[in-house]
Design a protein around this ligand. Structure first.
Ligand code: SF4
Ligand code: SF4
Length: 484
């Protein structure tokens, strides 16, 4: 993880290679197994999608990486110990050393859970620490560790990823406390710390709709207070706002939720809502409608989502894309431009571009719903500029004459599909929209994906027309289900 690349190292690598103290555990569910965060997995994914997939598959419900039984056999014939699944036992080397989890890169420093605090501690069982603890070199190392964990950026990371703090109470005699960090009581962090549960529940089934992603949920947290309940093993996400309570997604988990689970969800929403018609489940996919008994429920199409073959958008080949190709070519031949990864230092300029774009759209529209969406989306864009990177949302900008004139952001929906969350361009520049869309699809970060979902049309004709003009390969219907 980038911010941990500068973590001070004390134990020489050659000492570790000769030691068999780390990466092996007496119990396959040991508290000493390394944990990993989705932030780390996201960062890996942009460089090495295969590794990110492997790490996601190796995650257990508490964020630990799974272990394998050692090939060494004890006297009783059982494995001598359990190894981290990323360890090559023969060479004693970590196979993902350059991308190893934060927990591994800071060891023998530990992040210890203590109520609403974390205690940064030194593990005295490491033989190298045993030898040098109390020495000037070790004291100096401890000071460097303190300075590192004193930084705002690192403390924010800990607040976002509380599951990294382990319960080592059984081993308290082996720990030397270095410093204590108070965790913040904040709705944003509460939601971010739900990511592991949500991602694990989403992993059970592949979905095509853009809403089935933690990062999308996160992008709406300023508008809704999300509440999570586990009902008969299904993760149920309720969204509360001033008009009442609804379910953001159908219950998530292994297989289909039973009739009873659905009824418990509706009863809960009804208990929150004075107006029972507010009780509903959103983002229901066509394939899920069977879980709702026709006699009891009604389903309406909320909107369509548009999915393209990525290669079509990159090449813009053939008669179907003639006008898009002409726009693209016009743009690249008539402008001095550059394409860049988004950086938080660009947020003011991006927001100013959004305001320009919004003004122009408002002037051309007299649809009250559309104007409201433009206003609401401003807050979502601002949130993503500030926090998107923490939940795996990537952004790109196009500069013309060194000024940002377009931006786009998106996220991984599943193994084959990438979602474009939004795209804003200077409407006066011919071909800029076609260029940034096509260029983003060609981006290295999107290499693992075959399809691009550009989300819904809000049931609005102008958006529908714009999204259809890129010739979708598939249209995904997005239903809302309520009681009759
Ligand atoms: S216990 Fe200490 S010396 Fe041994 S591998 Fe781990 S960090 Fe290195
Ligand atoms: S990820 Fe690598 S460093 Fe960490 S426990 Fe596993 S093998 Fe060891």
């Amino acid at each position: 993880m980038n911010i941990f690349k500068s973590f001070p190292q004390f134990v020489p690598q050659k000492v570790c290679l000769a030691c068999q103290g780390c990466c092996r555990f007496s119990d396959k569910k040991s508290v000493w197994r390394p944990k990993i965060t989705f932030e780390e997995i996201d960062e890996t994914a942009w460089k090495n999608a295969t590794l990110a997939k492997k790490l996601t598959a190796a995650l257990d419900e508490k964020g630990y990486l799974s272990t394998t039984a050692s090939q060494q056999v004890a006297v009783d014939g059982k494995p001598a110990h359990h190894c981290c699944g990323q360890l090559c036992e023969q060479s004693n080397e970590c196979q993902i050393y350059a991308d190893r989890p934060v927990e591994c890169s800071i060891y023998p420093v530990l992040i210890v859970a203590r109520g609403n605090k974390v205690v940064i501690s030194l593990h005295l069982s490491c033989p190298f620490i045993q030898e040098y603890y109390g020495s000037e070199a070790c004291d100096q190392y401890i000071e460097e560790v303190k300075a590192f964990f004193g930084s705002y950026e690192v403390q924010e990371f800990l607040n976002r990823n509380r599951h990294l703090a382990g319960d080592y109470s059984e081993y308290k005699d082996e720990l030397a406390e270095i410093m204590t960090i108070d965790l913040k009581d904040d709705v944003k962090f509460d939601l971010l710390n739900r990511r592991l549960d949500v991602e694990q529940a989403l992993k059970c089934t592949q979905h095509q709709q853009s809403g089935y992603a933690f990062n999308y949920l996160f992008s709406w947290h300023k508008f809704f207070k999300f509440e999570f309940k586990v009902i008969s093993g299904f993760l149920c996400i309720f969204a509360h706002h001033e008009l009442g309570c609804f379910m953001y997604l159908p219950p998530l988990g292994e297989g289909e939720p039973t009739e009873n689970v659905i009824n418990v969800c509706f009863n809960y929403m009804d208990s929150c809502n004075e107006d029972k018609s507010v009780s509903r489940i959103e983002n229901v996919e066509a394939g899920q409608l069977g879980m709702f008994k026709e006699a009891q429920f009604k389903a309406i199409i909320k909107e369509n989502e548009y999915v393209y073959a990525k290669k079509d958008i990159i090449t813009l080949r053939g008669n179907m894309y003639k006008s898009k190709r002409a726009d693209y070519n016009y743009f690249v031949t008539h402008n001095i431009f550059s394409y860049h990864p988004y950086d938080p230092s660009m947020k003011e300029e991006c927001l100013a571009l959004y305001d320009e774009w919004k003004k122009e759209k408002e002037e051309k529209s007299n649809d009250a719903l559309y104007t409201y969406l433009l206003m609401e989306n401003r807050d979502v864009h601002q949130l993503i500029f500030n926090e998107g990177a923490h939940v795996g949302i990537v952004g790109r900008v196009v500069k013309i004459d060194d000024k940002i004139r377009a931006y786009t952001f998106g996220y991984r929906l599943n193994e084959t599909t990438f979602c474009v969350l939004f795209e804003i361009t200077d409407l006066s520049v011919r071909g800029l929209a076609a260029y940034i869309f096509s260029r983003f699809c060609e981006d290295r970060a999107l290499e693992p994906y075959t399809y691009i979902n550009v989300m819904g049309d809000f049931g609005m004709e102008n958006i529908k027309h714009a999204k259809e003009s890129y010739r979708p390969q598939e249209i995904v219907q997005n239903y809302t289900v309520s009681r009759k």
